[in-house]
Design a protein around this ligand. Structure first.
Ligand SMILES: Nc1ncnc2c1ncn2[C@@H]1O[C@H](COP(=O)(O)OP(=O)(O)OP(=O)(O)O)[C@@H](O)[C@H]1O
Ligand SMILES: [Mg+2]
Length: 445
């Protein structure tokens, strides 16, 4: 399939490769001889697949010495990369869990999770003969820079994949624009020969707005304007809860100088929509010209949830003093929220978009924030995208509750597969609804 690579690997490739690679996969495989080689573009477009084959060739033919593989987390390595490697070369890859090492064709590859505080120090010392990086945009720039300096000898090459992000992201700005050390290839859904037309159409339905432009069209576009740009009262607001339920969750965004918000979210697996924001609490110290104490807020929360069957309460992770006060007052089922902002917003958007989640008309602040919650324009300066920290209080409370409860176990990233699953479930295409839709227990804690 691929010219100019070692005979032995050619045989391995042709024996094990499941399908014929696409023209861009072959081209990128053959051209990837720069110091830094980056496969970028749409989801499921075959980037990881072909770049891993290229990395395997490097392990087979490249310089002697130690190699490194960096993923966002050690778990994401086990989920995204390891199964693909095993599917590709089976017993030729040996995984030593205890040492966090792979052995392939006589070479040792160290596995590093970039979220680990020690990531930078782990790669600071050694010199590597080559590296593979899964999802480059979501690892810290400092780790990538360190990696480049550790791969400076003996023709060491770096191979990596990424989905697009902001045009001001450090990877786009410093590596994918006029950098003589870098070669890159832009993948679209059409570059994965394994995807059927049905798969492509299906993937396209999962994304909207910013996420469509990035994850389907493969464009580095800036997040701008309103975050919930598709929200309309007609479509997303309901007059009353669709049912009485025995399952509520609560989200808390804490503020003293800024507003403080609680939201009560109902859930009923037997109706559709099966999630709804039923009630809100909103206290803005500026408009009341006085601040409340943690004790007062805790009493307000107790009143807010009184008499309701609450499964879990998710609290702003920075609200340490308030959390302690709630614990002191004996509030049960209290959990620190996952504050992964982009994934959390993407998650809530998907629930609204596919009809699963509605807002009850009485939640005025939630409804107002839906149209005034915007992306921060100052991203140019930092490259780090985030919503503007205004008009975000009730929406943060919703995000904390839904994302943490239904999805956000530590370190896990929202993948296209997760979004697809949600879409299928929302429309009843699968008889096997996930546990959180099936049992009142949500199955997580
Ligand atoms: N040429 C091919 N032959 C067989 N299977 C392929 C081929 N190209 C891609 N695939 C399979 O298609 C699926 C998606 O490909 P891959 O994981 O490489 O996408 P990706 O571009 O890395 O996506 P993401 O951005 O979501 O990580 C994988 O299961 C992969 O094994
Ligand atoms: Mg990939």
């Amino acid at each position: 399939m691929v010219e100019g690579k070692s005979h032995e690997l050619q045989e391995k490739l042709s024996m094990k490769i499941a399908g014929q690679p696409s023209p861009l996969q072959i081209k990128s495989f053959n051209e990837s001889n720069a110091r830094i080689n980056i496969w970028e573009g749409a989801v499921r477009s075959g980037k990881t697949y072909i770049s891993l084959w290229r990395f395997l060739t490097e392990l087979d033919e490249g310089p002697e010495g130690e190699y490194v593989l960096i993923a966002r987390t050690y778990d994401s390595f086990k989920r995204n990369v390891l199964p693909q490697l095993v599917a590709m070369i089976g017993g030729d890859v040996k995984y030593y869990k205890g040492n966090r090492e792979l052995h392939v064709f006589g070479k040792t590859i160290h596995i590093v999770g970039a979220d680990d505080e020690r990531a930078e120090s782990k790669i600071r010392g050694p010199t590597f003969s080559g590296a593979y990086v899964d999802e480059i945009t979501i690892i810290p720039e400092s780790v990538f820079k360190m990696l480049i300096s550790r791969c400076a000898m003996k023709g060491a090459k770096i191979f990596g994949t990424t989905n697009p992000d902001s045009p001001y992201h450090w990877l786009k700005r410093d590596y994918l624009t006029d950098n003589p050390d870098v070669k890159s290839w832009q993948f679209t859904l059409d570059d994965n020969p394994e995807l059927s037309q049905k798969d492509r159409d299906y993937l396209k339905r999962q994304y909207t707005g910013l996420w469509y432009q990035r994850f389907i069209q493969g464009k580095w576009v800036q997040a701008e304007g309103t975050i919930y740009d598709f929200f309309t009262e007609q479509e997303h607001v309901i007059n009353a809860p669709p049912s009485y339920t025995s399952s509520y969750i609560v989200g808390i965004d804490y503020g003293t100088a800024n507003p403080c918000s609680f939201v009560l979210i109902g859930h009923d697996p037997n109706c559709f929509p099966n999630l709804w924001v039923e009630a809100e609490y909103y206290f803005d110290s500026k408009s009341h010209q006085r601040q409340k104490t943690d004790t007062e807020y805790a009493e307000d929360l107790q009143k807010f949830i009184q008499g309701r069957p609450i499964k879990a309460i998710y609290i702003d992770p920075s609200a340490i003093s308030f959390r302690m006060e709630l614990q002191k007052q004996g509030v049960q089922s209290l959990y620190e929220a996952n504050n992964e902002v982009m994934d959390g917003i993407h998650f809530v958007r998907s629930l609204l978009k596919n009809g699963t989640l509605k807002i009850c008309r009485g939640c005025k602040n939630v409804i107002n924030e839906m149209s005034s919650y915007v992306w921060d324009k100052n991203v140019e300066k930092t490259g780090v995208e985030k919503p503007k920290k205004e008009n975000d209080h009730a929406l943060d409370a919703i995000r904390y509750a839904l994302f943490t409860h239904l999805f956000g176990r530590s370190g896990k990233r929202l993948t296209p597969q997760d979004i697809e699953k949600m879409e299928a479930e929302a429309h009843g295409r699968t008889p096997n609804l996930p546990r959180f839709f099936q049992d009142g227990d949500f199955g997580m804690h």
